[in-house]
Design a binder for this molecule. Structure first.
Ligand code: 0RQ
Length: 503
C-alpha cells in the first residue's frame, strides 16, 4: 500500500474494512463516493452491511442516511438496502434492491437534481454530514488525494464531513492522476463569483482533492474493480431514434442555428444514448466536444476516432472491453478527458454558457410535451431525475427520447397526461421516438399536441390520442391545454387493471 499511500500519517491509519465500518455510528449521515457505478467504496459498505445485519438480528435498530454522487453498485446500494440499513437515500439510485424497498415504502428516497446536492449540503438544508467514505486512487506525500474513476460529490463530502474514511483501491489506474480538475472557487450566496470557464475542455481547478488529515479516521486497502456493466449493441429502434436526431442536427447546421461542429454534447446513460453516440461516430460532424456527466463507451469510441476532440464529465461508466482500452491508452485519454465535481459538470451557469445540447431518455411524455423520467404508472420510482433536469432546463437544446411503446407494445410512451412530471413543457424542446421527431420550439400546447401525436406516437395508439384531443377540444373546458380530466390518466389505470393500455 505504501506505493499508493505516500504520506506516513495516512499509513498509520490503515485498518480492515470491518474495523472502519465499526466507526460509523447509527443514525449518521454518510456521504459516499460513487457515480454511475464508478469510484464507489467497495469494502466498507459491505462491512457496514454485515454489521447492520448482525445488529438487526439482535433486535438493535441501525440505519444511516446515505448520500452519494449518483448510482453506485450492488456492493454499496444493494448491500445496504438488502439489510434494511438505509433510512434516507439521495440523490440518484438505480439499484434493484433499493428500488424495491423504496417502492414498498420501507426506505425514504429524496430524488433531487444532481447539481443541487453539494450546495444543499453547504447550505445546511439536509442536516449535518457525519462521515465521508471516499474511494481514491492514492494519497500524495503532501496528503492530497488522487481521485479515482468518478469525482461526484467527493470534494463536498471531504470538506463537510466531521470524519473521513478513505478506501485506497489499487485496481484504479495510477494513470488517472492528472485527469481530474477539482474547482475550489465555489462559495455560498451572496459571495458567489462567476465560474471562470468558457470552453468545455478548460481546466479551472487542481488535479487533486484536498483532505484534512485530522479528520481521517481510517484508511482501507481495496483491490476491486468498478461495476463495469456491458451495454447491449444498439437495436433497430435506438438506431432510428439516433437517425432522427442526427438528421435534425444537420438541418439546424444548414439553417445556421448550430455551428458545423455542433455545441458541447450531453448524453444520458443507457442504450439509446449509446446508439446516438454510435450514430454520431458514423455521422457527418467533426471536431465535436462533450460537456456531460457520464462518459460511456460511445464517447471513448468517438475520442478514438477523432470525431470527438474532448470530453468533460464527472464519471466514467465503461464496459469491461472499454475499460481495457481505456487502461491501455490512458495517456491518450488523459489529454482529452477532464473529470470534474458534479456541481461543475452539471452547473446551470456553465450548461447555459456553453450552450450544451442535452439528450436524455425518458419513460413517457404527454401530448403537450411534459416529460416523465422517473416514475412507472405515476407511483413507483424507476431510477431518479439524475442530471437530466440540470441539462434540459439550461441547455441550448433539449431532446427527450424513448421508444414509442414499452412492454411489448402494451404501453404507449406518448399519453394524454403524464402520470408524473419531471420536465415540464417549458423545458422540453424536442421529443424523439423511432417513429419520428417533434420540434416543439415556438408552438402552443395544442400545436405541440398535434405534432407529437403525428410524429412520435406509435400508429396503434395514434387514433386514440387524436380522439382524446378532439373530444377535449369540444368538452367546453379551457382551450389552452384541453383535457378530459376524468379520462386523462385512464390509460395508466387501464394498464394497472388489465396489463395493457389498449382499449
Ligand atoms: O423496464 O427493465 O423492467 O423492462 O422502463 O426502459 O427502455 O430499457 O430505457 O434503460 O434507457 O431507461 C428513463 C429509466 C430509461 C433512464 C430511463 C420501462 C422499460 C424498462 C427502462 P424493464 P428502457 P433505459 C444522465 C441523465 C432519468 C435520469 C437521466 C433514466 C425500463 O434513462 O433513469 O435522464 N433517466 N439521467 O420497459 C412503464 C413506460 C415505460 C416503461 C419504459 N412508459 N411505462 N414502463 N419503461 N417506458 C445520467 C444520470 O443522471 C446519472
Amino acid at each position: 500500500l505504501a506505493d499508493r499511500v505516500r504520506h506516513p500519517d495516512f499509513l498509520q491509519r490503515v485498518m480492515s474494512a470491518d474495523e472502519a465500518a465499526a466507526l460509523i455510528p447509527a443514525g449518521a449521515n454518510v456521504g459516499m463516493s460513487g457515480f454511475t457505478g464508478a469510484g464507489y467504496p467497495k469494502a466498507v459498505p459491505m462491512a457496514l452491511a454485515r454489521r447492520i445485519e448482525a445488529l438487526h438480528a439482535q433486535g438493535q435498530p441501525f440505519k444511516i442516511g446515505l448520500w452519494t454522487g449518483a448510482s453506485t453498485a450492488p456492493e454499496l446500494d444493494g448491500a445496504l438496502a438488502k439489510v434494511g440499513g438505509i433510512e434516507m437515500r439521495m440523490p440518484y439510485q438505480s439499484d434493484p434492491a433499493c428500488r424495491q424497498r423504496i417502492n414498498a415504502g420501507q426506505m425514504q428516497y429524496m430524488d433531487i437534481h444532481l447539481s443541487h446536492m453539494a450546495q444543499f449540503v453547504w447550505f445546511g438544508f439536509l442536516g449535518k454530514l457525519d462521515v465521508a467514505v471516499v474511494e481514491v486512487a492514492g494519497v500524495l506525500p503532501d496528503g492530497r488525494l488522487i481521485p479515482s474513476s468518478s469525482v461526484g460529490n467527493n470534494k463536498t463530502w471531504l470538506d463537510q464531513a466531521d470524519k473521513i474514511i478513505l478506501e485506497v483501491n489499487d485496481l484504479q489506474n495510477p494513470g488517472l492522476e492528472g485527469m481530474h480538475d477539482i474547482y475550489y472557487g465555489t462559495d455560498r450566496p451572496p459571495h458567489r463569483k462567476p465560474i471562470p470557464m468558457t470552453a468545455p475542455d478548460e481546466r479551472i481547478g487542481e488535479p487533486y482533492l484536498r483532505c484534512d488529515l485530522s479528520k481521517v479516521i481510517a484508511v482501507v486497502h481495496t483491490s476491486q474493480s468498478d461495476r463495469n456493466s456491458t451495454f447491449a449493441a444498439p437495436d433497430a429502434v435506438s438506431e432510428q431514434i439516433a437517425g432522427h436526431i442526427i438528421e435534425f442536427m444537420q438541418q439546424e447546421v444548414k439553417l445556421g442555428r448550430l455551428p458545423a461542429n455542433l455545441l458541447p454534447l450531453q448524453s444520458g446513460v443507457g442504450n439509446i444514448a449509446n446508439a446516438v453516440l454510435a450514430g454520431l461516430n458514423q455521422g457527418p460532424f467533426e471536431n465535436l466536444t462533450a460537456y456531460t456527466e457520464v462518459l460511456q463507451d460511445g464517447m471513448l469510441d468517438m475520442l478514438r476516432s477523432g470525431k470527438l476532440a474532448s470530453a468533460s464529465a464527472t464519471a466514467l461508466s465503461l464496459s469491461p472491453a472499454a475499460l481495457e482500452d481505456f487502461t491501455r491508452n490512458i495517456d491518450f485519454y488523459r489529454q482529452r478527458i477532464v473529470l470534474r465535481p458534479q456541481e461543475i459538470s452539471n452547473h446551470p451557469e456553465l450548461v447555459r454558457r456553453l450552450g450544451v445540447i442535452a439528450m436524455n431518455a425518458m419513460i413517457e411524455a404527454d401530448i403537450y410535451g411534459n416529460v416523465n423520467s422517473t416514475h412507472i404508472m405515476g407511483t413507483s420510482i424507476m431510477n431518479g431525475i439524475g442530471g437530466s433536469g440540470d441539462f434540459a432546463r439550461n441547455g441550448y437544446l433539449s431532446f427527450f427520447m424513448t421508444p414509442s411503446v414499452a412492454k411489448g407494445g402494451a404501453i404507449s410512451c406518448i399519453v394524454p397526461m403524464a402520470s408524473h412530471v419531471d420536465h415540464t413543457e417549458h423545458d422540453v424542446q424536442v421529443i424523439v421516438t423511432e417513429q419520428g421527431l417533434a420540434d416543439l420550439r415556438g408552438l402552443s400546447p395544442t400545436q405541440r399536441a398535434e405534432l407529437i401525436i403525428d410524429k412520435c406516437a406509435h400508429p396503434d395508439f395514434r387514433p386514440a390520442l387524436r380522439d382524446y384531443l378532439e373530444r377535449a377540444r369540444h368538452s367546453g373546458g379551457g382551450q389552452h391545454t384541453p383535457h378530459l380530466l376524468p379520462e386523462a390518466l385512464s390509460w395508466h389505470q387501464r394498464f394497472v387493471e388489465t396489463g395493457t393500455m389498449r382499449g
